[in-house]
Design a protein around this ligand. Structure first.
Ligand SMILES: Cc1cc2nc3c(=O)[nH]c(=O)nc-3n(C[C@H](O)[C@H](O)[C@H](O)COP(=O)(O)OP(=O)(O)OC[C@H]3O[C@@H](n4cnc5c(N)ncnc54)[C@H](O)[C@@H]3O)c2cc1C
Length: 453
């Protein structure tokens, strides 16, 4: 590849803070609120114009669809999101669990309000493009925005970019599977113009879908108890649409779930389009995946209109603001959460949160109906080599199956709360994040409403 040298330039220092969180998804939003509630001067930087990450930007509203009567769930700020959204009128019943979905547009306002209440300084429309270090210690980042380039200096930094952008730029070691092996990306879509009652009748009386249906398209291992449970999943009509020429034969990997309905005839979060073989840290792949995903979504709607009662007059209501990435970089942390640890409900001394036994992907579909859970070790948030940097969310240090579980939004909130609290606590203790007093951190987390046992 041809290269050129960009000339050095003087840039303004636009802010200085104690804790700086990069990325405002479920992990970053939670990290920022947690740090500010612990009394640290906190700032959050987000590349788009809203917080929420995949929830608001991709349109994934099923925040806790794993929750069943027997679930021992995490507590803390993640649970507050559901309650605040409900108070503000932004929830609807989730079809396969005892949880509520969080409206992806309404949550933008919930998030604005929650960071304002916590006293966090937000900076939207700003993309972190470079890091500032002294030796191996992080001291700040450089952002690019409509205002140009600027530096933000910080005592502690929490990388919640989903892709570990900050850790990677800082030189922290990370893993990334070859793109052929990565989980698929999805262009999420929502439909309007649906006769919801007719569709529900079809689902309940004819389709009668269960989790066992997932096994038609994917190789799925359950514990057996999931097989007969209801799942809002559809696959056969898309195969039929291809066989009968309604959509092209190469419209592969169309199958999946829907989420909630509205009284206005909308069916939300049609998670039916998977595109494989894309690396979401490569901008050319991102471009191709957006185009391919949108085309697949249009084919999916054609098939739904053709075969599914209630969808005859359905229209595309909207796509997510961006395609959704399930997997990219995973940092190489002080501890890597192993697959067996999650499958066997592991326990650890440095627990900073729990997450129920819930895995959906990488060949597994396990729902937490029996009260099992695992503890999350603090050290999986600590990248090797680089100091004063924590990582939370879907890019923590974990094996493939462990990541599949921990990438879920509630678990990202748990790791976000742990990382934000640790960042604030380490400023208070006057030690690096690596040398923090774990017992004191655990006590603060419990005081702040997190569940660690
Ligand atoms: C299609 C799809 C369906 C899913 N379904 C579910 C589901 O039903 N339930 C569930 O619990 N989970 C689901 N997940 C998983 C879950 O949504 C994500 O794993 C989770 O949101 C990750 O949270 P995060 O905070 O780590 O990252 P994200 O939610 O990705 O947030 C990262 C944030 O960082 C910002 N950012 C990124 N890079 C930069 C940068 N360089 N500078 C500044 N800002 C930056 C982004 O704009 C974004 O706001 C799904 C994921 C996908 C893709």
């Amino acid at each position: 590849m041809k290269t050129l040298i960009e000339s050095p330039k003087e840039i303004p220092i636009i802010a200085e803070t104690e804790v700086l969180v990069i990325g405002g998804g479920p992990s970053g939003l939670t990290a920022a609120i947690a740090a500010a509630r612990c009394g640290a001067k906190t700032m959050i930087v987000e590349r788009y114009g809203c917080l929420g990450g995949v929830l608001t930007q991709v349109g994934v509203e099923s925040f806790a669809w794993y929750r069943h009567p027997g679930t021992i769930d995490c507590e803390g700020i993640g649970r507050e999101y559901e309650l605040r959204a409900q108070e503000m009128g932004f929830t609807r019943p989730e079809p396969q669990s005892i949880s509520q979905v969080i409206d992806s547009e309404g949550f933008k306002v919930v998030a604005d309000k929650m960071i304002t209440d916590a006293g966090v300084t937000p900076l939207y429309h700003s993309w972190v493009v470079e890091v500032i270090k002294e030796g191996n210690t992080m001291t700040g980042v450089i952002v690019e925005s409509k205002s140009g380039r600027g530096a933000i200096l910080a005592q502690r930094i929490v990388d919640c970019t989903g892709d570990a952008d900050v850790a990677a730029k800082a030189g922290a070691p990370y893993y990334q599977r070859p793109k052929e092996q990565l989980m698929g990306v999805t262009v999420m879509f929502h439909c309007s113009g649906v006769d919801v009652k007719k569709f529900q009748k079809f689902v309940n009386e004819e389709l009668k879908p269960t989790y066992a249906d997932w096994g038609k398209n994917w190789t799925i291992k359950t514990t057996g108890k999931e097989d007969d449970m209801f799942s809002p999943y559809m696959e056969d009509i898309f195969t039929r649409a291809q066989e009968e020429g309604v959509i092209p034969g190469d419209a592969s990997a169309i199958a999946g779930t829907w989420s909630s309905f509205t009284d206005a005839g909308e069916v939300m979060q049609l998670n039916m389009v998977y595109a494989f073989g894309y690396d979401c840290t490569n901008v050319w792949d991102l471009t191709k995946a957006e185009i391919a995903g949108r085309q697949q979504a249009i084919w999916a709607i054609d098939a739904l209109r053709h075969y599914v009662p209630g969808f005859e007059n359905a229209k595309l209501r909207n796509f997510g603001m961006t395609l959704g990435t399930r997997e990219s970089r995973l940092i190489d942390g002080e501890v890597r959460v192993q697959d067996d640890y999650v499958l066997q409900q592991g326990r650890c001394e440095d627990s900073v949160g729990i997450f129920p036994e819930f895995i959906d992907g990488s060949g597994y579909l396990i729902l937490p109906t029996t009260g099992n859970y695992f503890q999350i070790p603090y050290r999986c948030l600590l990248p090797k080599v680089i100091d004063n940097l924590l990582v939370a969310g879907r890019c923590i240090s974990a094996g493939v199956i462990a990541h599949t579980s921990m990438r879920n939004m509630m678990c990202c909130s748990v790791t976000g709360q742990a990382a934000g609290t640790a960042a604030a606590e380490s400023v208070k203790q006057g030690v690096t994040v690596r040398n923090i007093d774990i017992k004191a951190l655990q006590q603060t987390l419990v005081k702040q409403g997190a569940r660690i046992h």
